[in-house]
Design a protein. Structure first.
Length: 194
């Protein structure tokens, strides 16, 4: 019974975190208890619950910008054509950090909106102006035109930068991770210069 409750709690937490990208504590909370509980509980009653919880938690664990190894390639050829400071960003870190965003946003040209708007063509576009998406009044009336610098400020703490916006994401705390995800977005969203 206890194992079933723990597995159900872990699955519910994983689903809740997947919906919003998860806060800073996302990597530690679901990964450790699920891994420790599953081997002990597997022989008795919960072999099906644990495998379902683990795959849902795995993308969030892999997406944690806090675990980026210092030895990862920085300033690779991927970003060489981008303006400073994005031309020296870490591609692997940008791709990994974007995994926090992809449950709500797509980047493909012509791609649909999810919980958040499609980000293709975001650079140079007025905040809250993507056709076909219902933005908050706070976002629409912010007066912001998205640039690398504006996106950096926003991604640090979205709720503080544009109070009243609907994005529930806690933010990307590390400056290098923000720089990397912005550079990654420049490549993935058709950036042509600001």
């Amino acid at each position: 019974m206890r194992t079933t409750l723990i597995s159900a709690s872990a699955a519910a937490l994983a689903l809740a975190l997947a919906a919003c990208g998860g806060p800073k504590e996302t990597p530690a909370a679901p990964a450790e208890p699920v891994a420790e509980t599953t081997p002990e509980a597997a022989p008795d009653t919960a072999p099906e619950a644990a495998p379902e919880a683990a795959p849902e938690a795995a993308p969030e664990t892999a997406a944690a910008p806090e675990t980026i190894p210092a030895s990862a390639t920085a300033g690779g050829d991927e970003f060489a054509s981008l303006p400073e400071p994005y031309n020296t960003a870490n591609y692997a870190a940008g791709k990994r950090t974007f995994k926090l965003c992809q449950s709500c946003h797509t980047t493909a040209e012509g791609g649909g909106n999810l919980v958040g708007p499609n980000l293709h063509g975001v650079f140079g576009r007025a905040a809250g102006s993507k056709e076909g998406f219902a933005f908050s009044d706070a976002m629409t009336n912010s007066g912001i035109v998205w640039s690398g610098e504006e996106l950096d400020k926003y991604l640090e703490t979205p709720a503080k930068y544009i109070p009243g916006n609907r994005m529930t994401f806690a933010g990307v705390r590390k400056p290098d991770d923000r720089k990397a995800v912005i550079a990654y977005l420049m490549l993935e969203t058709g950036y042509t210069g600001e």
